[in-house]
Design a binder for this molecule. Structure first.
Ligand code: ADP
Ligand code: MG
Length: 570
């Protein structure tokens, strides 16, 4: 096939690629098939990196993670109907997490779809995508490709970022037009994520509220990590002198061993604080909506919140001082308003938080040193904690139930955007897509800590890891099941319990099937050696870490979200 447009003529394929390139797109996370197979090939020929996955959901999760890591829309490309639907889960995930992503799906002919005549993979994709995306567009004419791509890029990035769907009917790709006219039709988006600065009144109102607090607390969310103004955030947190709690993906914005970090005293900090300053974090379920026992006395707290999205304010609790703007600009304005004579909160408060942190860390330390075999979560994650501390540039990917909750609290992160996890939805299956994106976008070593159940949702992508020879080390916390591996079938029937898997499964052998390194370990020392080898060699590695099957608890830390039956009994 002819890779470049001829001098006089261009077509939909090339215009789409040119439009993406003009706007700085470098990588496409892809699953080939009709009608986009050649689009991927041409994109590769035009210098884009095109990574093909085994299933669209994971290509999509990779694009979503890339959006979070780079502050540019991650691009996922899929075939029509089923491929599109598979990718749509990831697009909805990106939108829910406020990450920029563009899902480009091929679609079948409008004339046939709209009259429901039954086409190959017929589906009205645009209509289906719209409620799950921040915006959804369809391009029907080659001369509109520049416009469509520009709108998709601006919609994904500006304001609160999110997922955008771009519908590309197969016939569009083959449409031709004059090459020069085509080039002229492309749009390079100017300032797709413009600064947004709160007004002076909003700033001074916020400073007053923060000043009047006796027991203030900062909560940093993944919006703060996404914003890429790490130095400003650090300066703001240190100038104010408040204890802070990082949400899971904000860990490392300031190192987790920072003297103001209150993670190990989370309960005390949430309960006792009288003022909470949210920076790129939402008061959603992950913060129990800012209410309930964990939050102390009802109505006793004042909230200050920085968010780029105006309607986030008052979505759960009244916000006394809303700061609607981007975090970098807002932090800059706040620092100016605060000036050099800022009075930090009293030692009564900060000292109380610090000593609770110290006591809790000391209490935990010996448990992390156990050398039990089979392992428990503490012994195995204690080793991984050491290795991350020694290798702070490693990007940690983490999913599972207990594997997630335990790793989040045990493993310190030291640098911004070095932790990718299940995000706002708490979904399982993001592991391999996130790991691949992290390796591709950062070039750094990746460590994916996966529950055996979570891994099952994305395991086939280890072939992708091996094919692209990515520096990804996967540790499967294998306790033989979902939550735990020791469940029984209460009914007494022959089928195994609904939450147990094949006992003693050897996930490491899957890795060997694709030429990667597979290691089976059942004690912390062996785990340490295997991960060290993986980091040293940067070879695709999967470590099957044998965890006691009675380790962990149902639904990890969120068992309370399970409805319980009154009539049935366990
Ligand atoms: P977490 O789960 O870590 O608490 P959330 O995803 O709930 O974080 O919240 C992130 C918030 O950050 C969202 O409300 C989003 O609108 C906001 N946000 C994203 N980017 C920016 C930015 N550049 N400036 C300000 N707010 C941002
Ligand atoms: Mg398990």
């Amino acid at each position: 096939a002819e890779a470049a447009a001829t001098d006089s003529l261009t077509d939909g394929f090339h215009l789409l690629i040119d439009a993406l390139k003009l706007n700085g797109v470098e990588t496409i996370y892809n699953v080939p098939g009709i009608p986009i197979t050649d689009l991927g090939r041409y994109a590769q020929a035009q210098g884009l990196r095109v990574l093909s996955f085994r299933h669209e959901q994971h290509a999509g999760y990779a694009a979503a993670a890339a959006g979070f890591l780079t502050k540019k829309p991650g691009i996922c490309m899929t075939v029509s109907a089923p491929g599109f639907l598979n990718g749509l889960t990831a697009l909805a995930h990106a939108t829910t997490n406020c990450w920029p992503m563009i899902l480009i799906s091929g679609s079948s002919e409008r004339e046939i779809v709209d009259l429901q005549r039954g086409d190959y993979e017929e589906m009205d994709q645009l209509a289906i995508a719209r409620p799950h995306a921040k915006a959804a567009y369809r391009i029907l004419h080659a001369e509109d490709i520049g416009l469509g791509v520009a709108r998709a890029i601006r919609a994904s990035l500006s304001g609160r970022p999110g997922g955008v769907y771009l519908d590309v009917p197969g016939a569009l790709l083959g449409q031709t037009m004059d090459a020069l006219e085509g080039q002229k039709s492309l749009i390079k988006v100017v300032e797709p994520n413009p600064d947004s600065v709160p007004g002076a009144e909003a700033i001074s109102r916020a400073v007053e509220v923060l000043k009047s607090a006796k027991k203030p607390l900062i909560i940093l969310g993944k919006g703060a990590a996404y914003a890429q103004c790490d130095d400003k955030i650090k300066e703001l947190v240190e100038t104010l002198g408040f204890p802070y709690l990082p949400m899971s993906m904000a860990k490392g914005l300031l190192p987790d061993n920072h003297p103001q970090c209150a993670s190990a005293a989370r309960s005390l900090a949430l309960k006792e604080s009288d003022c909470v300053f949210l920076i790129g974090a939402r008061l959603n379920w992950l913060l129990s909506h800012g209410q309930g026992k964990a939050w102390g006395e009802k109505g006793a707290k004042k909230f200050v919140q920085i968010d780029i999205e105006p309607i986030e304010m008052d979505s759960n609790q009244p916000i006394a001082a809303p700061l609607i703007g981007d975090i970098g600009s807002t932090a800059t304005a706040l620092l100016e308003a605060v000036g050099s004579d800022w009075k930090k909160p009293s030692e009564d408060w900060t000292g109380a938080v610090r000593s609770k942190v110290k006591a809790n860390i000391e209490k935990m330390a010996p448990r992390l040193k156990n050398n039990n075999s089979p392992m428990d979560y503490q012994g195995s994650l204690g080793v991984l904690k050491e290795l991350i501390a020694e290798n702070p540039d490693v990007v940690l990917v983490n999913e599972g139930a207990n594997a997630l909750d335990q790793a989040r609290s045990i493993i310190d992160i030291f640098k911004p955007r070095k932790r990718l996890d299940v995000g706002t939805w708490g979904i399982m299956g993001i592991g391999m897509g996130s790991a691949i994106a992290a390796a591709v976008e950062t070039g750094n070593q990746v460590l994916a800590i996966e529950g055996d159940s979570a891994f099952g949702f994305c395991g086939m992508e280890i072939e992708t890891v091996c094919r692209y020879n990515l520096p990804v080390c996967i540790v499967i916390m294998n306790n033989n099941g979902i939550y735990r591996g020791d469940g029984t079938n209460w009914s007494g029937g022959e089928d195994p319990s609904t939450t147990v898997f094949v006992k003693g499964a050897r996930y490491d052998k899957m890795m060997e099937a694709f030429g990667g390194v597979g290691v089976n370990v059942d004690n912390p020392d062996a785990l340490r050696r295997a991960v060290k080898d993986a980091f040293a060699s940067r070879k695709p590695t999967l470590i099957n870490a044998v965890i006691a099957e009675d380790a962990g608890k149902e639904s990890g830390n969120i068992g309370n979200l399970n409805p319980s039956s009154v009539v049935a009994q366990k």
